[in-house]
Design a protein around this ligand. Sequence first.
Ligand SMILES: Cc1cc2nc3c(=O)[nH]c(=O)nc-3n(C[C@H](O)[C@H](O)[C@H](O)COP(=O)(O)OP(=O)(O)OC[C@H]3O[C@@H](n4cnc5c(N)ncnc54)[C@H](O)[C@@H]3O)c2cc1C
Length: 360
Amino acid sequence: MIIGGGIAGLATAAGLIRRGIEVRILDRGWLPWQMGMGFIVLRTGLDALCELFPKVLWGSVGAPVLRAKIMTCDSELLSDTRLDAYAISRGTLMETMLRQLPPGTLVDHATVADFARTSDGRVRAVVCEDGRIFPCSMVIGADGIRSTTRRLLHPQVSLDDVRVREVVSIFDAPHVAELIGTTFYKYYDPDGGFGVGIVHVGGGQVVWFVQHDAARYDWADLSPGMIRWKIWEKVAGWPAPIPALWAMTKFSKSHLWFTRDLYPDYDYARDNVVLVGDAAHPVLSFTSHGATGALEDAVLLPPMLSNAFTDPEREAAAAAFALIRRDMFERIVIEGREILERFLLPLAKQPQGVMVPLVK
Ligand SMILES: Cc1cc2nc3c(=O)[nH]c(=O)nc-3n(C[C@H](O)[C@H](O)[C@H](O)COP(=O)(O)OP(=O)(O)OC[C@H]3O[C@@H](n4cnc5c(N)ncnc54)[C@H](O)[C@@H]3O)c2cc1C
């Protein structure tokens, strides 16, 4: 049983089904903001998509990202790095993956609230908020950053707010998409703590986000209209296409994202439950490793489970997966925090120049 039909849940289901393992996904229901945004997927994530969903022409639903150009808001080029990445809107990615799964795999409007365990501690059923009970032999928790599965395994683990927040917007802008091509642009305020990123996510859709230090720009309680003007105060004189993007954006449809991560000092697997994706390893968006990490999990875990037929075998496979992933995400969390610290500094005080916002 998989809890959560986001990127990790759908992709892991695809990996298990390909190996003949029967699987069901319970999801509480996709929220509009979850469908709307988009992100960069690194090469390992794109390889995972191609392996898990070989019938999809991924090149035609997303867009390649082959360079990252980091500039000041006065158009001074700070760095120009080659990338081997891909960008896609979240809605397109989820709908494309879901279409590839057998009908009935995803059970919608099923919000998991609790587990029913036997005396050996193993989960034998998941219990939904509305009282429905789904029996299971194993649970894969893919229920995202505020994971109920993680809370049920580790009630003491809690997410903290990180100082940086993002206002993320997506819209159809084919002319801007053509202008930016395959480059991920990031513009920084020389005083630090404020930046704008722009990327084409395919089909003429552009995602742009305003990363800001919440200690200097506390917009959490502002209306979308006020956030719109606060952003304008900062970006009015910034290079094209930023003012045009601002003018085209309906901020009522933008998402104010509180970036969060978790240092992995807890187990990703316990008894017959294993965490994947953001449920296991929330990371800062600076790492560009959220979606990529979820997709990597989905290629790694299913083959480890495919030869596990008993409870102890499944638990050993889950524990091995958890160890490999925890080691990797310890590094990613640490590097993500370093990129964040550098983002908060004025450009003149950056120790070795700006860092490209991703961890390989
Ligand atoms: C604004 C923004 C920008 C981002 N930018 C990037 C980027 O550039 N690069 C990148 O790699 N990543 C990025 N990410 C992160 C990326 O979207 C996530 O890391 C990725 O979606 C993780 O997938 P997941 O399946 O683990 O979680 P999610 O996609 O969040 O899926 C969790 C699923 O679980 C369901 N669920 C939750 N609770 C329950 C419950 N109790 N019962 C049943 N179902 C439940 C939810 O409905 C959801 O469908 C960004 C995220 C945001 C919000």
